[in-house]
Design a protein around this ligand. Structure first.
Ligand code: NAP
Length: 643
């Protein structure tokens, strides 16, 4: 029998080596690994336990004394386990697993979450999000599918199609895999969801060199996954999809592409999965005089690596999640850096944000049974739906400009304290960096102090006055102050509300998706649209996450659902499936009603890519992760029209 991949590789390390490794591991996760190794749950009732759980707090607020005692206890258990030859631990029953979750969560994990968390952790070593099929293998082999985009969600779809024996082609406009992780190669680019959770649930997670990996490591992760799963030969890189058109008579999609050599081509498939992402069309504001600028100017998602910034005067327009990463990465190298920021950003402390994964943690991830799986729980759970509660508007809260509820106000106070503590002696800067809208109203940033430290450098200036115009080598603000500029960097984000605008999609009766949507983009469960048979969206309308979770988790939910849809369609030997109009309408209305009760929609949030020009939010999910997970486990045939 093959060993459970999460049971860890057997080891023969000395006591001293093991003791050294335990120095920097997460003690709460270590204690649960000890329960597996010893087979003794008594530890769950002992005095050594986490005192609380919070985002990025991987030691559960345990005291130094308790952590030291836990290490001593663990060393004995690990030594014994090693001396027994590192046998695969016996399976643990569901009731005990729930107790183990409660131990780590420092609270009762509600029953409805238990199956979701178990599935996410795969403690049984089974990739249970991989669909089991009703349809026949021969029928599946006769059902070609096209995936548009080879970012994290498109790659995932490809892996599942491969496993299902469904022939597929992935069309990718870039030269490599990764999507936004391919395109956003600006200095300082890194993920801001912990990588031991921000990775596919069914892939190893013991290799990350940093807790929040930088872009090159992320991109090579996707490259490695693509190669390991034999996907590479199914991907056509440098191939841009122009349009996808449904042909009723043959019940196929005709996908028009521009090939790498510039010629046009056409591919035919029974279904199309769009995995084009939401943040891929750069937004560059129109600045008066920008055309007269004599230096180099580029958007962060099109970073020009040929431009040497050493000693240059750089002006960066915009400072959201991207600018916040760029500035600390270039400040030391440039001559001067002027940052134009329209809206200040909320941020919260994350001491691990730029930290390397030490050798002890890497050893534990590789060798200690289920350590990595419980570590995954530890970083997932605090961001699992509790952020949504803090985003909920309490209409009775008296000062809606300040906060939308008491809980939201608590977040504001915590974030304010974190920001203030860093710029204590500089009231002028403090006034510029404390946001004037409720906490979590825009994307909240993870911070280890590097942003504010950068702003206090002698060669960096934060400007909150709007830009008036640009000249050949200066940017002039509305007060007439002139800022020298050799290089102009646009960290101004993306056209996030133009969902799926990069591809023209023509459904039944030649209707184009953008016309169907107008300024109301929606999809049932974020995935299917009436009038567009056998067309499935990944990371579609209503599926972006603003209060926790990870897009990879969401993609795994969506892809399982889509595979279930394909199975229904193929098993029933039908030509096409699309959601019922009434289900779609009801979904849209419920999503909009819910979104209006959340902080992201509030009029106090003046500028935000979450809102479209009508002030409506369409990209985000207003739902708890556990609800979305439940709804997407398998498609309900009653939701669809099949013919
Ligand atoms: P963004 O959050 O939309 O920030 C754009 C910045 O440009 C903001 O400061 C914005 O000001 C400013 N801006 C836009 N138009 C402007 C105008 N006309 N005049 C003046 N300023 C203007 O875009 P982003 O920073 O690229 O981030 C987008 C999303 O990408 C994030 O929310 C996140 O989902 C993702 N992201 C993730 C990571 C990560 O995982 N580490 C890193 C980067 C990005 P306002 O705030 O006033 O609108």
């Amino acid at each position: 029998m093959t060993r459970n991949p999460h049971a860890g590789e057997p080891f023969t390390n000395s006591d001293a080596e093991i003791a050294a490794a335990l120095d920097d591991v997460s003690i709460p996760a270590l204690l649960l690994s000890c329960v597996h190794m010893s087979g003794d749950p008594a530890l769950l009732d002992g005095p050594l336990k986490p005192a609380g759980i919070f985002l990025n707090e991987v030691q559960g607020y345990m005291s130094e004394d308790d952590k030291a005692a836990a290490r001593t206890l663990a060393l004995g258990i690990i030594r014994d386990y090693r001396d027994r030859g590192c046998p695969e631990p016996a399976p643990v029953d569901a009731a005990q697993l729930q107790r183990m979750m409660n131990f780590l969560a420092c609270a009762e994990v509600p029953d409805e979450y238990v199956p979701m968390m178990l599935e996410e952790m795969e403690l049984d070593g089974r990739d249970s999000r991989n669909t089991t099929f009703e349809s026949g293998a021969d029928a599946r082999a006769d059902f070609p599918v096209i995936v548009i985009g080879c970012g994290q969600s498109g790659l995932l779809a490809a892996i599942r199609l491969q496993q299902a024996g469904i022939p597929f082609t992935v069309l990718e406009k870039n030269a490599g895999v990764g999507g936004t992780c391919w395109e956003n190669s600006y200095p300082g680019a890194r993920v801001d969801v912990g990588n031991h959770f921000y990775c596919y649930s069914f892939e190893p997670d013991d290799h990350w060199t940093e807790f929040f990996a930088q872009q090159p490591e992320l991109q090579s992760y996707f490259q490695g996954v693509m190669e390991r799963h034999g996907i590479t030969e199914h991907v056509r890189f440098n191939t841009r999809v122009q349009s996808a058109t449904w042909d009723e008579s043959s019940a196929t999609w005709s996908v028009a592409v521009t090939n790498p050599d510039g010629t046009r081509g056409n591919l035919i498939a029974r279904a199309v999965i769009s995995a084009v992402g939401q943040l891929n069309t750069p937004f560059v504001p129109t600045l008066a005089g920008a055309e007269t600028f004599a230096g180099q100017a580029f958007h962060t998602a099109r970073w020009d690596h040929d431009v040497d910034l050493t000693g240059k005067d750089v002006v960066m327009v915009g400072a959201g999640a991207t600018g916040f990463q760029v500035a600390p990465a270039i400040a030391e190298q440039v001559g001067s850096l002027t940052v134009f920021q329209r809206t200040a950003q909320w941020m919260f402390p994350n001491p691990n944000y730029h930290s390397a994964v030490g050798p002890g943690v890497q050893w534990a991830l590789r060798h200690l049974p289920f350590y990595g799986r419980w570590y995954r729980f530890l970083i997932f759970w605090p961001g699992c739906d509790s952020g949504l509660a803090a985003a909920k508007v309490d209409p009775d809260f008296p000062d809606q400009q300040r906060a939308v509820s008491e809980m939201n106000d608590l977040a504001r106070m915590m974030f304010t304290e974190w920001i203030s503590s860093q710029v204590d002696g500089d009231p002028e800067l403090l006034a510029k960096v404390i946001p004037d809208y409720p906490a979590t109203g825009k994307r909240t940033l993870q911070d280890n102090g590097s942003w504010l430290r950068t702003l206090t450098r002698g060669n960096v200036e934060l400007v909150r006055t709007p830009i008036d115009h640009v000249e050949a080598d200066v940017v002039v603000d509305a007060d007439g102050t002139r800022y020298p500029a050799d290089v102009l960097v646009y960290a101004t984000g993306f056209r996030a509300n133009d969902l799926l605008s990069s591809v023209k999609v023509f459904g039944r009766n030649g209707i184009e998706l953008q016309d169907r949507w107008g300024r109301r983009p929606a999809a049932y469960l974020g995935i299917t649209v009436p009038g567009f048979p056998n067309f499935f969206c990944l990371y579609g309308p209503g599926t972006n996450l603003a209060s926790g979770g990870s897009l990879i988790f969401h993609s795994e939910c969506e892809v399982r659902y889509i595979m279930g849809c394909l199975d229904l369609l193929i098993a029933a030997d039908k030509r096409g499936m699309e959601p019922r109009q009434d289900r779609y309408d009801d979904w849209y209305e419920r999503c909009q009603a819910e979104l209006k009760t959340l902080v992201w929609s509030q009029p106090t949030i003046k500028h935000s890519f979450y809102k479209n020009e009508d002030g409506l939010v369409h990209g985000l999910s207003p739902w708890r992760l556990v609800d979305y997970w439940t709804w997407t486990r398998s498609p309900n045939p009653d939701d669809f029209v099949m013919n």
